[in-house]
Design a binder for this molecule. Structure first.
Ligand SMILES: [Zn+2]
Ligand SMILES: [Zn+2]
Length: 393
């Protein structure tokens, strides 16, 4: 029943895809087709904050049947050696943005015209591809209306924000519910290190002081450090180290959406995706583990420093061994808005669990010019007032 609105006017060149073929991709890519309403046949969509699918037309509600499975951790080394064969995969139909390279599925009730990540209209059908299947997800906890509300309070007081941005806050600009792809890694680490422990001590030193023309010697305490070579071993188990598997949004933005309540992850079931879109991962399992290792290493440095003890620490060597690391692919929910302003795109995203808002906000040139004009007028008025005043001393 998903109504497809015609895509808005295309700006610039880019590969051209007809509205009809995108509409076809939308209905093929949507997961909503698989959840028809028992009463009216319309698409049931996931109702954020609940465990139910709801029909937007007749209000019929259906409880989501949670899969009775444990969230499975996959053997990372086997997956890296043997490729996708070692992890459960699924085939999904996606579309791709020619401007920002985001690749994502479409939802039945969202039009296919513009890219939710950057606002560009250069969206083309890429067909079906096989990828590692998500093992778990965090469902949306806040709905679009609440996300709009969060956006409104974030925007309040932003006097210089352009009108286009304000439309999102008023609710006239639709937000897109998108599941972002993440990898999580578990690893039992064993680290051998060598370094030095610094102990601070003070020694008396004679210094020459000139006071009132007379030179004398005084004793001062000077700080010194004694370094002792040390070596040792630290162990630490890392659980669910999160790595974003997408490059569609700037990392400063996605980093600030944290923390995510990964302890509440639920086993993956498609019902939670009905009515929402999901992005395909672009960062490979291998690249993701590189990022995770760097995160783990900085935590391990703290462990090593604590183990070295003393007043100051130096680390000369750190050898980290990862015993049987595991991974899983998870989806985390965000509400997205993107719009093009002054020839570049601006992005806003809202954590679909906590309502945390992050965004790029341009200054409206017209409003800034307006303010400059007001200041100029005020200055001119002041000059007039003081200009008419008697020029006395
Ligand atoms: Zn219905
Ligand atoms: Zn894009």
């Amino acid at each position: 029943m998903g109504q497809t609105m015609p895509p808005p006017g295309r700006s610039g060149g880019g590969s051209r895809t007809s509205a009809a073929s995108l509409a076809a991709a939308a209905s093929a890519a949507t997961t909503g087709d698989r959840f028809p309403c028992e009463q009216c046949g319309a698409v049931l969509t996931y109702a954020p904050g609940t465990s139910e699918l709801v029909c937007a037309y007749c209000g019929h509600r259906n409880r989501i049947v949670e899969p009775m499975v444990e969230i499975v951790e996959n053997d990372l080394r086997a997956a890296l050696e043997k490729g996708l064969a070692q992890a459960p995969t699924e085939e999904t139909r996606t579309v791709k943005c020619g401007a920002c390279a985001a690749e994502f599925t479409l939802a039945a009730d969202h039009h296919a015209g513009t890219c939710p990540f950057c606002g560009s209209s250069a969206v083309t059908d890429t067909g079906a591809s096989r990828r590692i299947k998500p093992a778990a997800l965090l469902p949306f906890a806040i709905d679009e209306a609440e996300a709009q509300g969060r956006l409104r309070s974030w925007l309040s007081g932003l006097w210089f924000a352009p009108t286009k941005l304000r439309q999102y806050a008023r609710g006239s600009g639709r937000l897109t519910g998108m599941y972002l792809p993440y990898w999580t890694y578990d690893s039992r680490t064993e680290t051998d290190y060598s370094g030095q422990r610094g102990t601070i001590y003070h020694v008396p030193v004679q210094v020459r002081v000139v006071r009132g023309g007379n030179a004398t010697y005084e004793t001062r305490m000077v700080q010194k450090v004694r370094w002792t070579p040390v070596s040792g071993h630290v162990s630490r188990f890392f659980d669910d180290v999160l790595v974003l598997a997408s490059r569609s949004l700037p990392s400063w933005m996605t980093d600030r959406l944290e923390p995510w309540d990964v302890q509440d992850l639920r086993a993956y079931t498609e019902s939670y995706l009905s009515g929402f879109q999901s992005e395909a991962y672009q960062v490979t399992l291998d690249e993701g583990f590189g990022v995770a290792q760097a995160k783990m290493r900085s935590a391990l440095q703290m462990d090593v420093m604590a183990d070295i003890g003393g007043d100051l620490q130096r680390i000369d060597r750190m050898e980290v061994a990862h015993g049987a690391p595991t991974f899983k692919h998870v989806l985390l929910p965000v509400w997205l808005a993107a719009y093009v302003f002054g020839g570049r795109s601006y992005r806003l995203c809202i954590n679909g669990r906590t309502g945390e808002v992050q965004g790029e906000r341009p200054w409206s040139v017209w409003k800034l010019l307006g303010l400059a004009l007001l200041i100029a007028i005020a200055a001119a008025l002041l000059a007039l007032v003081y200009g008419n005043a008697p020029q006395g001393y």
